[in-house]
Each structure stands twice: as C-alpha cells, then as structure tokens.
Design a protein around this ligand. Sequence first.
Ligand code: NAD
Length: 280
Amino acid sequence: MSAASPVVPLVPFHDGHSIPQLGYGVFKVDPAAAAEMTTTALEAGYRHIDTAKAYDNEEGVGRAIAESGIAREDLFVTTKLANGSHAFDDAIAACEASLEQLGLDYLDLYLIHWAAPSQGQYVEAWKALVELQKRGLVRSIGISNFPVPQLTEIIEATSVVPVIHQIELHPYFQQRELRAVHAEHAILTEGWGPLGQGKSDLLENTVVTGIAEAHGATPAQVILAWHLASGFITIPKSVTPSRIVENLAAAELELTADEVAAIDGLDREDGRGGADPADR
Ligand code: NAD
C-alpha cells in the first residue's frame, strides 16, 4: 500500500467485529487471473476481498494473500457457501474446503450465497454457520440473497441475527423495503453489483455524470461515493488496474446531501438486473 492509499472506514458489526466499507469483489474474475488481480487490488490498498466458492477463484485469491506479506489481522476476507452445500455436514465441510483453498485458518465473514427457498435447507445452512463461528473457523456470519420471509425464519429458528446481508444494490435498485428490515435487526447492508454490473446505462445517467463533472471525478466514483454516504458496504469489481485504483479512490470523494438525494431519486420499479432470490 502506498502512503497515498485512500483510507477506507471500518464499519462495526453487531457481533463486535468490523468490516472495511469498500472492498474488491472477484465475481467473474478468471481463476487464472485471480491471483494477479487480487495482488493489484492489495497493492492499490484494498484490505477487504469478496469471493465465493461458486466463483472458482478462491485458490488464486489465497495465493495473492499469501504472497502479499500483509498481516492476516490487517485483511478482511469473505467467501460464500454454495447452494449445493446447505445440508449441515456439507456446509461444515464446504467451509473447511474454502479455508483450504484460500490458505487461511479463519474467515472474517462467511455468507450463505443464496437462500434458495426451493431447496428448503437454508435454516440448516444457517445452523451450520452458527456452529462454524462457535468453532472459530469464521469470525462473523451473514447471508446473501435472502427474501424477507427466509431472513426472518433463520433468526426465529436460531435467535442468531446475521451481521450483514449482501444483496443486489445500486442507484437503479435501492431495495428500500429490505433495508428497513435490516435496520430493525441492526444488520448491515452490503451491495453486490454496485455499479449495475454494466447491464444498464447507469454510468451514463446524466444525474451521475453531472455530479462527476462537478467533482472532477468519474461516474463510477460518484456511484461508489453514494453507496458509502448511504452507509452501505460496497465491493466493486474490475479487472482493469487503473479502474481498481479509481474505485478505491471513491473513498475520498464526499458528495453533498443534495447530490446523495439526487441519486436516491434514480430508484426504479424495474431496476433489478440479476436473479430474484425468491425464484431460486
Ligand atoms: P459491479 O457492479 O461491480 O460491476 C462490475 C463491472 O463494472 C466491471 O466488470 C466493469 O465492466 C465495470 N466497471 C468496474 N469499475 C469501473 C469503472 N471504474 N468505470 C467503468 N466501469 C467499471 O458488479 P459485480 O462484479 O457483479 O459485483 C461486485 C461484486 O459483488 C462481485 O465481484 C462479487 O464479489 C459480488 N457479487 C455477489 C453476488 C451475490 O450473489 N452475492 C452477485 C454478484 C456479485
């Protein structure tokens, strides 16, 4: 990390641990390129990496971590339980396998990747994550892509509240109802697809480009600064080194309250770009 690396705030979980608010996501980063890309991110100053068993690149991420020389306690590593491993014993084994791939002896955060209501095993999977935390294999446990009924059900079944919920989230899809449920339980909101995954004209939206011009920033930085100003955890992905650096620098961009409100106004009824978690 150079002396000029942006400072990323740490946001506290309700379990006493905390998470760097901006991280590097590696969805669709080719397994063969994962080590190089993760090294680029770590050298730029990222200290939070978001991967998943399903991305097939944990090994490369782990190699970059091992070669970085960065102290383990200075890094925050998230991975996710794949849909096919929700049965209790399978989930325990899947976490051990992810640790092995990553070359780590604990995870900072383990998430159930999708509730997958049609499989009907998300409560069992959550009980396995509670057990993994008890055993010390993971520091914090959370969920991803849970509809509200399933989110409520795992809390009622275990009395253990996820620290975070990772959901599709960007200016065209702001998930206000789900965020209100998070607020009731002190669950942090983490956005995947923070830049809209390149599936819409979000980066060319004139509200966004106008704010970018006013700050001498890029549209991607403005959107990421909006996530940060809104209190979300954000994990943009890029395989372009200059954009990896650019995205981290969004931590230094401060929007005015009016600019945040203008981006709040971009929410759309049909803004979802990815799969609906209720349908899996
Ligand atoms: P994203 O919104 O981060 O979009 C990534 C794309 O945006 C890049 O491929 C690139 O085309 C473009 N981009 C990135 N930086 C840019 C810049 N500075 N300027 C212009 N274009 C830029 O989407 P994502 O990768 O799907 O989401 C981020 C991370 O969230 C993933 O890498 C992954 O870690 C996580 N994720 C989780 C889930 C889940 O189900 N939990 C699903 C998708 C993604």
